[in-house]
Ligand binder design. Sequence first.
Ligand SMILES: *Cc1c(COP(=O)(O)O)cnc(C)c1O
Length: 375
Amino acid sequence: MIVSKQMHDMSLLNDASALLRSSTSKELYKELQALIERHDTIRVKTGINLVAAEGPMSLQARQLLSCDLGSRASGGSIGRNNRFFTGLDQADEIEALCIVLLKELFECSHADPRLLGGLHANTVIYAALKKHFKVSDMSTLSTFYGGNSSNHSLGPPGILNYSISNLPVDPNTLEIDLNAFEYMAKFRQPKLVSLGAGLNLFPFPVKEIKDIISRWGGLLLFDGSHQAGLIAGGVYPNPLSLGADIYTASTGKTFSGPQGGVICWNSEKFSSPVSTTIFPILTGSHQLNRIAALTVSCLELKEYGLEYMVQGITNAKQLASNLQTHGLNVLCSEKGFTETHQVIVKWTHEEGARLACHRLADVGIFANAVPLPED
Ligand SMILES: *Cc1c(COP(=O)(O)O)cnc(C)c1O
């Protein structure tokens, strides 16, 4: 959900205070264990997960999240001369392996996995482009067309004072209206176009947009947080080979790895700006245990990515078609519903989609609500 004011529910914090006052540390530890077990029962053992922003992580990758690397101070880049601390030779080898695997999977010259998530990756890019390339004017998808807040005034480009305009979208097809974009460009030529959405049924026109903005030297950021696994598996067009300058991704979505972020690029001109913005500007120690786990997820995608992602898309199409047969209004039926892992059901009942999702969650089916154009 995107709201301008995000606050914790105070009643839950008050309950926690009461629990803390009435329990010993031993009891609290037991309570913590019980909550984790209950979560596992509901989400893993019995639940049906339809949250498109989550991919299942393998046990091999998951186990490495508890390895010793997770407690080591890691600040800096790979190599004895580039880290702040010593004792990281094995960590260096692991992180190097992770990077070469990412470069192979995403078919790019540079990849950096030191980011905490897609939003952190985007933050680094907005900061680096502003500082080193004097970019502060961008176009992106409105949040009502799936645009993510990490590319909006409520997110990193907002706090960096970017001037942000919306890309024109055809409300019927949900596709970017290239003619309207060309027309708008007569009056406003954004130095940056950010293509990224939480709602991705079909590939974006990366090449077409890059062709247009190239006329004034515009840069293209492809925020493919959702599509990372699909791209690594080779079932979704690689944005960098279509002309995107920079690609940011989440590793916990279709990539099916630990929560984290990656930045990929080809041109050497971004290397120093991006690396120095990551460290020391916007990251201290990054999580080496996460890097180890991510390396396993990369290996899994290298071996099984194609098969796994093809199956995911097949499942999504089948689910969409079954839901429609059962009377739900599934978007884009005329185009085969989806070419990704996502399925969108238009829910027009008065209760709204969020309440409907909570009703589903109460019976063990987990989905999430997204705003649509008419909302
Ligand atoms: C999920 C998402 C993000 C944020 O990624 P995190 O890994 O959750 O930080 C950013 N952009 C888009 C388009 C997303 O879908």
